[in-house]
Write a protein that binds this ligand. Structure first.
Ligand SMILES: Cc1cc2nc3c(=O)[nH]c(=O)nc-3n(C[C@H](O)[C@H](O)[C@H](O)COP(=O)(O)O)c2cc1C
Length: 179
């Protein structure tokens, strides 16, 4: 079966994260993101791909900071609310009833109840005609104590971090499980 290149998400599950940022005017923002990847283990940089019309992109460019929150599959409703296109002056934490969690090293708050939080600073932008790749450095990584043992091992059946795969009728939320 030959598949169109654009159908790659059918064979390549993606993580779903919520990226939290704060605008230069202090407005809190949260947006779901699938196109995110670590840049080589065990380095500390990550890359995210962004369409150009995104408050998240504007906020990262303006402030140089963002938090990658890893939601549980139970947070689907909040993810769907944050996927809506709100104007930049709308506080998306309020819209989605997200509980802010003070970050250790950056201004944008994390989101309570998530599996883990990556506090990131802007490193580089690779701007293309229709999209942009942002490279960030993870300066603080913290896991939710409810899902991690004392050695930092995650119980992923309990944590149920959200992922996504493209089904016949669009994206389906899923979660990792043992093979
Ligand atoms: C599961 C999911 C994954 C998404 N992944 C991306 C992505 O990788 N890049 C992107 O630019 N938009 C992505 N979006 C769309 C944005 O989340 C959406 O346009 C959102 O309203 C952007 O918010 P903002 O303008 O506040 O940044 C995704 C949406 C969903 C529901």
């Amino acid at each position: 079966m030959i598949l169109k290149a654009s159908m790659r998400s059918q064979v390549l599950p993606m993580p779903v994260v919520l990226i939290s940022t704060v605008s230069k005017d202090g407005v809190r923002n949260a947006a779901p993101w699938g196109c995110i990847m670590p840049i080589l283990r065990p380095l500390d940089e990550i890359a995210i791909a962004s369409w150009l019309k995104r408050d998240t992109l504007d906020n990262i460019r303006d402030t140089g900071e963002f938090v990658v929150n890893v939601p549980t599959v139970d947070m689907e409703e909040a993810v769907e609310v944050c996927a809506k296109s709100f104007p930049p002056e709308v506080d998306e934490f309020e819209e989605a009833n997200l509980v802010p969690r003070p970050s250790a090293k950056v201004e944008p708050p994390g989101i309570e109840g998530c599996v883990a939080w990556m506090e990131c600073v802007f490193v580089e932008e690779i701007l293309r005609e229709r999209f942009s790749l942002i490279i960030g450095r993870v300066i603080h990584l913290e896991g939710n104590d409810a899902f991690f043992d004392d050695e930092g091992g995650m119980d992923f059946e309990k944590a149920r971090p959200m992922s996504m795969i493209l089904g016949p009728e669009g994206g389906i939320y899923t979660r990792p499980t043992s093979g």
